[in-house]
Design a protein around this ligand. Structure first.
Ligand code: 5GP
Length: 214
């Protein structure tokens, strides 16, 4: 079968989760994946934290206040939500369902709590990757270099990182992010293979039926 024929067979979308402790590289790796791939759409979460410099509402997050977040929970409008550090974060439900039906893939920058909930809600649709830092010193260096958060926030996130990392074995794939380009290449390979997984290729049965019938 030619590559072109493979591409045209209808399939369900997939939900690609990238998790790591803060500073672990998930945002940069996710950005690199999306730059090269027009069928990978970022899931834009709701959060109650304030925007950092350079972040835009509706692009990086939907920045909302606590009552708005609670109303979204009440309305069952989020497929998962969690408290991470001092703030609340959650994934809007509607874009996820739409992407799956349309054969579009979504990228999630969510923590281990959200990943567990997403997998429970949509088993079979989630492909999860955990990025490990090459060392804790390197993680501290990356967090300090980012310098968008104040020193107290950086210290708290370093303290959280060790407990976050204990969830590494709940993920489908684990990459040690010591070389950025190599990590992106590995994540692309995972995405390419998972797109070809038989269970999501809804067009295969009719394709084979036509193949044998014709
Ligand atoms: P940050 O405030 O640095 O953007 O994100 C802090 C943490 O919250 C990160 O680990 C990030 O992956 C996680 N996070 C961001 N959005 C969501 C979400 O919608 N749900 C969950 N469960 N975690 C999220």
């Amino acid at each position: 079968m030619s590559e072109a024929a493979t591409e045209t067979i209808a399939r369900r979308g997939l939900l690609l989760v990238l998790s790591s402790p803060s500073g672990g590289g998930k945002t940069s790796v996710g950005r690199a994946l999306r730059e090269a791939d027009t069928n990978l759409h970022l899931s834009v979460s709701l959060t109650t934290r304030a925007a950092r410099p350079g972040e835009a509402d509706g692009v990086d997050y939907h920045f909302v206040d606590e009552p708005t977040f609670l109303r979204a929970i009440e309305a069952n409008a989020m497929v998962e939500h969690a408290q991470v550090y001092a703030h609340r974060y959650g994934t809007p439900r509607a874009p996820v369902a739409q992407a799956l039906d349309r054969g579009h893939d979504m990228l999630f920058d969510i923590d281990w709590q959200g990943t567990q909930q997403l997998r429970a809600a949509l088993p079979g649709d989630v492909v999860s990757i955990y990025l490990l830092p090459p060392g804790m010193d390197e993680l501290a260096r990356r967090l300090a270099a980012r310098a968008q958060d104040d020193a107290a926030v950086v210290a708290r996130r370093m303290a959280q990182a060790a407990s976050e990392i204990t969830h590494w074995n709940e993920y489908d794939y684990v990459l040690v992010n010591s070389d950025f380009d190599a990590t992106v290449a590995a994540a692309r390979a995972i995405l390419a293979a998972e797109r070809l997984r038989r269970s999501r290729r809804t067009g295969l049965a009719p394709f084979v039926a036509a193949l044998l019938g014709g």
